[in-house]
Write a new protein. Structure first.
Length: 366
């Protein structure tokens, strides 16, 4: 496992690319921002909105949202600054919601005066697909994370709303590609191609139950001619700026609710408790998790030094939050022993070794 010499992101991140100098693609993509004419990009966004804005009162676009700070930023850019009429769509999960998450979710529709559709799998189906994803792949929310893209896209087609706004192009922002996507249709279609429907069918999920993951047919695509775009193509995406804008419009963080173990902030991924377990499960497989993602991004943004990020990551990245673990086990019906027995399957022996019964990163990777 090698680490980026600029931001400390490891090369074990799936799809990561490093150059001969040991610099990750995420750092190079971030540096490329200085060569972008952002005024021209914003004009492109204005022109796009002008093209798709309707005058009959119907929805102009689909905006998938969770209710977090990034969701607030997207709706601010589209509704407040450009007078679009978006239909918000959320793919939800039945994990315990935080008080801040519930407040933010309500605030998004009420403050911006937007209609909002929430898509929920049946609790029984959610539990089954989440347990399959966890036990077979070490990815509990594999099904839900695919549905976050397929459901809004298909809803737009079925409702005759061709324009879909996603927020961050995570593949570009985190360095698994050096190509921005505008339009993002090809990138989304490639994502759809990675959805293995047979995996779910072979593990006992019926054809009817995988409906949420089935991409639209060619015939449906021809009828609507959808356009998918990432807002991060048009504006310099910043978690810090997104939070500042969101707070102005009523966003709340976890400051007075929950001090999360191992986390270095209180405003990222705060909608539900057990979602953190899905994020943490990258650690046994790849030797890093969300703490590393955030710290390395802050180095790129000039908010942390490399040495500060290194210390934060080494101190916190391995820690699992006990409240999140409790909610994960309670929701899915695991004991903690059963949870850890399953996790045992996913420790990567190439980068971890067991000492005194505890898996630890090998010394050369510290």
């Amino acid at each position: 496992m090698k680490r980026c010499k600029k931001c400390y992101m490891p090369d074990t991140r799936p799809g990561s690319m490093f150059d001969e100098k040991g610099i990750c693609q995420a750092c190079k993509n971030y540096e490329n921002r200085s060569r972008i004419d952002w005024d021209l990009r914003k004009k492109e966004l204005d022109d796009l909105c002008n093209k798709y804005r309707r005058n009959d009162g119907y929805y102009d676009c689909i905006v998938p949202v969770s209710g977090g700070k990034d969701s607030h930023r997207i709706v601010y850019e589209i509704k407040v600054l450009r007078n679009m009429n978006p239909l918000l769509i959320t793919v939800s999960d039945p994990f315990t919601k935080t008080r801040a998450g519930l407040k933010n979710f309500r605030n998004l529709g009420e403050t911006f005066n937007c209609d909002h559709i929430v898509f929920n799998l049946s609790v029984d189906l959610f539990k089954r697909v989440t347990k399959i994803g966890f036990e077979k792949l070490g990815e509990p929310l594999k099904f839900i994370e695919a549905a976050i893209y397929t459901v809004p896209f298909k809803m737009g087609i079925r409702l005759g709303i061709p324009l879909v706004f996603f927020g961050e192009n995570s593949a570009y922002e985190y360095g698994s590609t050096d190509k921005e996507s505008m339009p993002a249709n090809e990138a989304i279609m490639k994502l759809f191609d990675t959805i293995d429907l047979n995996f779910w069918l072979e593990n006992g999920i019926s054809v009817k139950e995988i409906n949420a993951l089935i991409p639209p047919s060619d015939e449906e695509l021809k009828k609507v001619d959808p356009l998918v775009v990432y807002l991060s193509y048009f504006i310099p995406w910043s978690s810090t700026i997104n939070r500042q804008i969101a707070i102005r419009y009523g966003f709340s963080d976890l400051a007075h609710e929950w001090i999360r173990e191992g986390y270095i902030e209180n405003f990222e991924q705060i909608d539900s408790e057990a979602y953190l377990i899905h994020l943490w499960l990258k650690y046994p497989k790849f030797g890093f998790q969300r703490v590393c993602d955030i710290a390395s991004r802050r180095v790129r943004e000039g908010l942390l030094s490399l040495s500060e990020a290194k210390n934060i990551i080494e101190t916190n990245d391995h820690i699992i939050d006990q409240k999140a673990l409790e909610d994960f086990c309670n929701t899915l019906g695991y004991t903690k022993k059963q949870f850890w027995d399953i996790v045992e399957r996913f420790w990567n022996p190439d980068i971890f070794e067991k000492k005194y019964g505890i898996w630890q990163l090998k010394e050369r990777y510290l």
